[in-house]
Design a protein around this ligand. Structure first.
Ligand code: NZQ
Ligand code: ZN
Length: 366
């Protein structure tokens, strides 16, 4: 195992029905001015907005609304939030939503004097509430990239709050979790350490429970398993002793800057295509993933690795995610060249790829 330092600063409240108690208790710890941050409309539609405002009023808080945070949040939106937080002297930012709301607020909460942040997760998948990274789009520069903000003080993960998420988003969110696991698993070292073994279990759990929830959206057990898997993907435990490599994410983020596409859908198209290119350099670890996660085995290591990628692609099709850009309405080859030319190139989980190779990959899945 490589050397590591680990500290996890977020208080997690997890479980079906934990939302009201947990929020009530947390609110007592903060001052009067609360900035309530949320997305584009689901919070009001589902009635959660009214429930939260009532709880804030009961706790004697003054509430400032910061709504309209869009999927793939923009730098402009972050700046709007920062100004509002300053003007209203926010004592707490309460971010209620999926990864986009959480990401936006992690940067809003930064500043000369950071503002405490609490996240109520309403859509799982990114695990954003577990880390201090945020993925923000600078629309003018056409760059979607990582920024570093604050860690949340607390995060509330109540699977009941995710019951209104459209199934399409449940699926792309869960695939995002699987992607985080794979991008971590294939990082160095390739010797299988304890983090990798836990990672295999998380991947198997995502696959099983995603199938279960598609078959039965009322499956509360599967829903809560997916929510905790999402947290496990990003709380750092799978990354201990690993150098992770998020090349698939880097490509997808830039695609997001150009097309505003859904994160999990973009990843679904990219993963198998990238891994086919890395078959040779990464066959040892890809073969282990094939056996341990997908339970497939060929005669040679290379064959096993290839069967694993086939199984991943078959799963993507089975759960209704795209495997080609055309399925997402993306047809512009020149735009794909621009994505390849502007995405961040990582050192590589198995070997580094060139911009030309990334363009080839993007064209292969048109
Ligand atoms: O905006 P509203 O109306 O609230 O609707 C949202 C949005 O349209 C909806 N939604 C959320 N909770 C709901 C709900 N609809 C009904 N009922 C609920 N309870 O879901 C849609 C998607 O929400 P969003 O937050 O955009 O999705 P997700 O959680 O997948 O977040 C995606 C963003 O996170 C970034 C992505 O790049 C993308 O910008 N990521 C952040 C990461 C991090 N900080 O660690 C890691 C990831 O790799 C990822 O890059
Ligand atoms: Zn992701």
């Amino acid at each position: 195992m490589n050397r590591f330092d680990y500290q996890f600063p977020v208080r997690i409240h997890f479980g079906q029905g934990c939302f009201e108690d947990s929020l009530k208790n947390e609110l007592q710890k903060y001052g009067k001015n609360v900035m309530l941050a949320y997305g584009g409309g689901s919070l009001k539609r589902t009635g959660l907005y009214d429930r939260i405002v009532a709880m804030l009023n009961e706790a004697g808080k003054t509430v400032t609304d910061f709504g309209g945070i869009m999927p793939n949040p923009t730098l402009k939106k972050v700046q709007e939030g920062q100004q509002l937080a300053r003007e209203t002297k926010a004592d707490l930012i309460l971010a209620v939503g999926g990864g986009s709301v959480s990401d936006c607020c992690k940067i809003v909460a930064m500043g000369d004097t950071p503002i405490p942040l609490g996240v109520v997760v309403t859509a799982s998948g990114t695990g954003s509430e577990q880390n201090n990274g945020a993925v923000i789009t600078d629309e003018e520069k056409k760059v979607k990239g990582a920024m570093w903000g604050v860690f949340a003080d607390f995060a509330i993960l109540d699977p009941d709050l995710t019951k209104t998420v459209p199934m399409k988003q449940v699926i792309s969110g869960a695939f995002d979790t699987l992607s985080h696991c794979m991008e971590t698993y294939l990082g160095h070292p390739h010797t299988c350490n304890l983090s990798d073994r836990i990672n295999e279990a998380v991947q198997r759990s995502v696959i099983k429970n995603l199938k279960a929830i598609i078959a039965n959206p009322d499956d509360d057990f599967a829903r809560s398993e997916l929510m905790w898997a999402s947290a496990m993907g990003e709380n750092g435990i799978l990354k201990l002793g690993k150098v992770t490599d998020f090349q698939c994410h880097m490509i997808e983020h830039q695609l997001g800057a150009y097309t505003d596409c859904n994160h999990g859908q973009g990843l679904a198209v990219i993963h198998p295509a990238v891994y086919r290119h890395l078959l040779d350099a990464g066959k040892e670890k890809l073969a282990r993933m094939a056996e341990e996660v997908w339970s497939v085995k060929g005669i040679t290591q290379a064959e096993t690795a290839a069967l694993g990628i086939d199984a991943l692609e078959a799963f993507i099709k089975e759960i209704g995610l795209p495997t080609r850009w055309s399925e997402m309405g993306i047809t512009d080859e020149r735009m794909l060249r621009a994505v390849a030319d502007t995405c961040f190139i990582t050192p590589g989980c198995c070997r580094q790829m060139s911009r030309d190779e990334i363009f080839e990959i993007l064209k292969e899945v048109m």
